[in-house]
Design a binder for this molecule. Structure first.
Ligand SMILES: NC(=O)c1ccc[n+]([C@@H]2O[C@H](COP(=O)([O-])OP(=O)(O)OC[C@H]3O[C@@H](n4cnc5c(N)ncnc54)[C@H](O)[C@@H]3O)[C@@H](O)[C@H]2O)c1
Length: 330
């Protein structure tokens, strides 16, 4: 298969190398110098496994079908699959996720090769896949969160703890095909090194769920990796709202009248206020929310609307029956 990977940072390069064991991969970068280096199999990033693979290619003991170019048009035009691994940095000053490089890759692909499948591997805000499907009026964009660690990027792709792909049912076969490609890359190195087969679970999820998995994984990783033992970190979105404000937002989003609101007496000792101040987490962990409240609440409501069976199970009492069955005798 001819695969084009946009972006050769940790994510793009490790995926390009993983897939180039079995497929013809063209990697796109923005600088000629980086392309030249990569075409001589010299790694522009510090990563033990990529450096080992490249050394073996230079010595002639390994084959990688990998070519790097700055010619976007040719690279996107000839692809049978496009993987987007361009940067998406959080703009602190304006508080938004800069996804312009992802859109550049999508727009180029749609211009020169409109029917090809695109897989976003960049970190994106929750709801982003839906927003680009709508914006470009296509169905062929799926999202797969990347969980690698810098400097262990190829190792983590060769030994993934799980593979997650987010898509709708109409592109489930494509999502499974992509998961199989990642699996094939990991298996190829296992076989070569004579290692036992790893158990790698695959999860095909709704795009928004896949985005949320990445968001929560990042949040907890930030605390685990950069937090100090004994310190407390509050993770929140800098959004204080009253209950009645939230109720009105929900009604508006559901298209229901505010006349449905009924007031009840406050219970005794009612908590007056929850005020989660994430300033310390943002300052000390470099963590920042990727979804703003106004978008997040809409996505949450949308999720409930799309999972009415789950809602019915909760409200019918089956949920409490489960707890009774599991824990009733303890
Ligand atoms: N680094 C990590 O540990 C890690 C882990 C998981 C997810 N991610 C996410 O993956 C994405 C890429 O991260 P990275 O660390 O590999 O990035 P990076 O900044 O190291 O590399 C990005 C590459 O994209 C290229 N590029 C920029 N604009 C481009 C464009 N318009 N078209 C083609 N190429 C373009 C750059 O030249 C560079 O080679 C980001 O969204 C990041 O948040 C990173």
């Amino acid at each position: 298969m001819k695969i084009t990977v946009a972006g050769v940072g940790y994510v793009g390069l490790s995926l390009a190398v993983l897939l180039a064991q079995k497929h013809e991969v063209t990697a796109i970068t923005t600088t000629e110098r980086k392309a030249e280096k990569l075409n001589q199999f010299i790694s522009p990033i510090q990563d033990e496994e990529i450096e080992r693979f490249f050394k073996e290619v230079r010595e002639g003991s390994r084959t990688l079908h990998l070519h790097t170019t700055t010619d976007k048009e040719a690279a996107y035009r000839d692809a049978e699959l496009v993987i987007v691994a361009t940067p998406t940095n959080y703009d602190d000053e304006h508080q938004f996720f800069d996804t312009s490089a992802v859109e550049d890759a999508i727009e180029w692909t749609l211009k020169v090769n409109p029917d090809v499948l695109m897989v976003i591997k960049s970190t994106i805000p929750v709801g982003y896949t839906d927003s680009v499907l709508k914006k470009y009026g296509v169905r062929s964009i799926i999202f797969s969160p990347e969980f690698l660690r810098e400097s262990k990027a190829l190792y983590d792709n060769l030994h993934p703890s799980r593979i997650v792909v987010g898509t709708y049912d109409d592109h489930r076969a494509d999502a499974e095909m992509f998961a199989d490609l990642l699996l094939e890359g990991a298996r190829a190195e296992e076989q070569r090194a004579g290692l036992p087969e790893q158990n790698i679970p695959i999860l095909i999820a709704h795009p928004t769920e896949a985005e949320a998995i990445k968001l929560f994984a990042n949040t907890y990783l930030a605390v685990l990796e950069r937090g100090t033992v004994g310190e407390v970190y509050n993770l929140g979105g800098h959004n204080e709202k009253t209950n009645i404000e939230i109720v009105k937002i929900i009604l508006k989003e559901l298209g229901k009248s505010e006349e449905l609101i009924t007031y009840v007496a406050d219970r005794k000792g009612h908590d007056q206020r929850y005020a989660i101040d994430p300033t310390k987490a943002m300052r000390e962990l470099g963590w920042a929310p990727t979804t703003m409240f106004a978008d997040g609440i809409k996505l949450t409501i949308q999720w409930y609307k799309e999972h009415m069976d789950w809602m019915q199970e909760c409200t019918s009492g089956d949920y409490t029956k489960y707890y009774e069955q599991m824990y009733g005798n303890r």
